[in-house]
Design a protein around this ligand. Structure first.
Ligand code: MN
Length: 260
């Protein structure tokens, strides 16, 4: 639409993720997208790319394979997928909206700097296409409550796309680890911050040489009110606008005095 809003029923939607094209979360997101619009394309990594961040593959060629009509796998990162989709596959008719996820696991606080799910939305944002990252929290050892994302994602996407889309901004959505009926509403939040644990395993390989394996780095503790972390602790759906200009504006003036 001329005022910057997205008309979902006519929108071309690109669906991607970082868990891989065969993951349950992207199948769910594809279904959600198809209920919103008939023009849905999936371009996603062949293999899981969680914690790949905004990585772009430049030192080897990329292959894209057509799995079905409007469904492609790329042997690269989420960022590669979005770039290939927008700059090559769909270049004649760019998507109006990019949806990334639904990730199996949360993306809150400092997760955003590691997340491939969020990075795919970043890439779309850099290419001036509105983008939403969606992640479903779960409790370790328990099944992922996909029903919760299924229940709330369509409404959140509809409400977000009714707004004129803000510049340089992606929307980061997290669904809490709770059954749909136990969710306590939708909260608009800011990005929180946790301590990062040093969960490193040192082991020996079959030849007796040490190797290292980075484990879960989350350390859940007190969550600042109003943050994505607090909303998830309160079993709320969290909606965070993420701005892609990384400049710390309040520091500019004081820094100018120092170097003035
Ligand atoms: Mn993932």
């Amino acid at each position: 639409m001329a005022d910057g809003r997205i008309e979902l029923a006519k929108a071309r939607i690109l669906v991607t993720n970082d868990d891989g094209v065969g993951s349950p979360g992207i199948k769910l997101l594809e279904e959600i997208a198809r209920d919103l619009s008939p023009d849905v394309w999936v371009v996603a990594p062949e293999q899981e790319q969680s914690a790949s961040s905004h990585s772009l593959t430049t030192r080897r060629p990329l292959r894209m394979s057509e799995l079905a009509e409007r469904r492609y796998a790329v042997d690269g990162t989420p960022t590669d997928c979005v770039m290939l989709a927008i700059k090559h596959l769909l270049r004649e008719h760019r998507p109006d909206l990019v949806l990334s996820g639904v990730n199996g696991g949360g993306n809150v606080g400092e997760d955003l700097t590691y997340s491939g799910t969020v990075a795919a939305a970043m890439e779309a944002t850099l290419l001036d296409i509105p983008a939403i990252a969606l992640s479903q929290h779960f409790i370790d050892g328990e099944a992922i409550p996909w029903d919760t994302a299924a229940r709330f994602a369509p409404e959140v996407i509809r409400r977000l796309t009714r707004l004129p889309w803000p510049e340089h901004t992606l929307m980061n959505i997290n669904f809490p680890a709770a059954a749909p009926d136990d969710v306590r509403g939708i909260a608009v939040t800011s990005q929180g911050k946790r301590a990062i644990a040093s969960n490193l395993s040192e082991r020996l390989d079959p030849r007796g040489r040490p190797y290292y394996w980075i484990g879960p780095v989350r350390e859940d503790g007190f969550a600042e009110p109003g943050t994505d972390l607090a909303a998830i602790q309160e079993q709320q759906v969290s909606v965070t606008p993420i701005y892609l200009n990384l400049t710390n504006i309040p520091v500019l003036a004081s820094l100018k005095k120092v170097f003035g």
